[in-house]
Write a protein that binds this ligand. Structure first.
Ligand code: GDP
Length: 621
């Protein structure tokens, strides 16, 4: 118990705020820590030195623990305990560096890889070959020695684990010689019963390792034997790994063969259910393999193969749903595919893409549309990250071009147009901003004087000229191939607008809808809480009488989140049956038929994928 007395005195020496031991009261957690330190001090007398140096009374419990760690380091380092300065210096030397997170470690590894002077982790082939040569000179088997004992000790009694370890080691060391030796062992020295039915899996893993070291011959042999002799034990996950390996070495032909052979879609008959676990597994890995094909080709600036893979994904989507696979079950890497698509599209604009020979496919104006098409067929998580990437790939720049009050004021009809129309406060600005992932696009239209015009925003116009383009300016420069106009029509139903003004808008709207040759889609926003108003009905009548067949009419029910309690991305919104029925009746009375109705919410981002499917019509006009 002497220690208890010593400590406050030592503290008093360091901190004058503690005037007397009798008035000194420590909180319970601090006392507990002190107890630990004291026990340490008793068990290890040297730690008493630390106790004398630490002003414990004024520190919170956490810092005491921290200091205690420092003390341990100091003691381990064997520092002169009487020298405070020394203590501080050596503490910093002895405290081990903090453990890095995985991304940090990976970043460091990448940096080391780039840095030629960094120590290489790989096998020292030169030294190894010298040793083998020396061995040969001394009468040994020389160069044909096995590099690792893991391989040398493989025999009939080895387990699947032993072989797997040998394969992994050979792959990590990029040791083709060992991979060949393992293949020879598996194919020539073991029978079908080796590894209790895992031989096919071992061959699959071996093929992946061979592809990793770029040895097609070894890989092909392992793949062929696996497919011919062990088809019953082939697992979809292994097939997907082989496909990824083949793609890594640009062997697309073999990858596609495996995709269509080992990951062929099960036929859904009365006897075979797609939702059976084994079928789900095949469907999942087929989807992931197609995703690999798409993203790899996008990143390598080969859009035709990537777009083809996206088309196959779009065909697979409904089957995925039929198999009752959820978004979480597959975890499709849409973000990676979209990043690849954006990069490929940028390469395409700069003329850097190459088209694959023999792949016949229509490439969209922006390859990200093919990803969107595939995405919309799959069960969706509706994640913001993915849609932000999508919007950024599809909307790279938005410029306010002009505000028109009649047909003469409209810009030249040189690209597709998508019109948003709806009464004021229906949520038009919020929706346009949500779809384009912009914070301010529609704010521009709120500037005084702009609210009573048809506001034209050019999407992907005049690359590099954004700063020069001003209202009415004629700035030379090519628009991107996927450029289109978003046209924001004035919010009708605005009480302060005089009747004459309203009639002028109605006349302009009618003329615009019927005569604008590049109009491709009219989005009519209707409040999802209340349903269509009289003015909505009048717009519907105008549309049904005037909209040409080349333009699509789409009703967007807004603010759907307001109809559910605590809306979230999982429970993102709905409309009541009453509102839906009223909408149907109004549409019927107005002569509108076969019109898509999309539920939307700027809050939960509901409906953005569907809206993009129609915006594409304008971008590809
Ligand atoms: P606009 O006049 O048609 O452009 O309508 P705004 O986009 O300015 O929206 C009007 C009001 O409705 C604003 O207060 C918005 O925050 C709100 N709002 C718009 N869209 C939604 C939505 O989807 N959900 C909810 N809860 N509020 C919305």
């Amino acid at each position: 118990m002497n220690g208890t007395v010593t400590m406050p005195r030592a503290n008093m020496n360091n901190d004058t705020r503690v005037s007397s031991p009798s008035r000194f009261i420590l909180p319970l957690p601090v006392l507990r820590v002190l107890k630990v330190i004291l026990v340490t001090a008793v068990l290890c007398p040297a730690s008493a030195a630390f106790v004398r140096h630490t002003p414990l009374s004024i520190r919170p419990a956490l810092s005491i623990l921290h200091v205690n760690n420092e003390a341990t380091s100091i003691l381990l380092g064997g520092v002169d305990e009487n020298d405070d300065n020394n203590n501080q210096e050596d503490t910093s030397k002895n405290i081990s560096s903090p453990r890095l997170s995985r991304p940090e470690r990976k970043a460091q590894e990448r940096a080391n890889k780039l840095n030629k002077t960094a120590p290489r982790r790989k096998h020292n082939f030169k030294e190894r070959s010298q040793i083998l040569q020396d061995d040969a000179d001394a009468g040994g088997s020389g160069r044909y020695d096995l590099h690792s004992t893991a391989v040398a000790t493989l025999n009939q009694d080895s387990t699947a684990d032993d072989v797997m370890r040998a394969i992994k080691r050979a792959q990590n060391l990029h040791d083709v010689h060992d991979i060949r030796a393992i293949e020879r062992f598996l194919l020539e020295q073991t029978d079908a019963s080796f590894a209790y039915g895992y031989k096919g899996s071992l061959l699959a893993r071996l093929a992946v390792a061979a592809l990793h070291v770029n040895n097609h011959e070894l890989a092909r042999k392992a793949i062929t034997v696996r497919r011919v002799e062990y088809p019953a034990t082939m697992m979809p996950m292994e097939s997907a790994a082989i496909i990824r390996g083949l793609l890594r070495v640009h062997n697309v032909t073999d990858a596609l063969t495996i995709l269509d052979d080992e990951l062929a879609l099960p036929l859904s008959t009365g006897l075979v259910l797609l939702s059976e676990p084994s079928n789900k597994e095949i469907i999942k890995h087929r989807a992931l393999s197609l995703a690999s094909i798409a993203s790899r080709h996008f990143f390598e600036n080969e859009p035709s193969m990537a777009v083809l893979a996206c088309q196959q994904l779009a065909e697979l989507g409904p089957i995925v749903r039929q198999a009752e696979l959820e978004a979480d079950d597959i975890n499709m890497p849409w973000a990676r595919i979209l990043r690849g698509a954006a990069q490929c599209e940028s390469g395409r604009r700069d003329g850097r893409v190459k088209l694959c020979d023999g792949v016949e496919v229509d490439i969209p104006r922006n390859v990200a549309y093919s990803v969107l098409h595939a995405m919309t067929t799959f069960p969706s998580e509706n994640t913001d990250r993915v849609y932000e990437l999508l919007s950024n790939a599809l909307v790279r720049r938005v410029l306010f071009i002009t505000g028109a009050i009649d047909m003469n004021g409209c810009p030249p009809a040189d690209r597709g147009e998508a019109v948003f129309i709806g009464r004021s406060n229906v949520g038009k600005s919020s929706l346009v901003n949500m779809v384009t992932a912009r914070k301010s696009l529609a704010y521009t239209s709120k500037r005084p004087g702009k609210t009573q015009q048809f506001n034209f925003f050019a999407v992907n116009d005049k690359p590099g000229k954004e700063k020069e383009v001003r209202y009415g300016d004629d700035v030379p420069g090519e628009k991107d191939p996927d450029s289109f106009y978003i046209v924001d029509l004035p919010g009708f139903g605005y009480a302060k607008v005089p009747e004459a003004q309203r009639q002028q808008w109605a006349a302009f709207t009618q003329e615009y809808i019927s005569k604008r040759p590049t109009l491709r889609v009219v989005f009519h926003l209707v409040d999802g809480r209340h349903g269509p108003t009289d003015e909505d009905a009048s717009i519907m009548r105008q549309v049904s009488q005037n909209l040409p067949s080349y333009a699509k009419y789409v009703v967007l029910l807004t603010k759907a989140d307001k109809n559910v309690k605590s809306a979230s991305t999982k429970n993102s919104g709905k409309v009541s049956t009453v509102v839906m029925n009223r909408l149907r009746e109004t549409m019927q009375e107005s002569g509108i038929r076969n019109t898509p109705v999309i539920l939307t919410s700027a809050e939960t981002k509901l409906g953005r994928d569907d809206i993009w499917r129609y915006l594409r019509l304008a971008a590809e006009a």
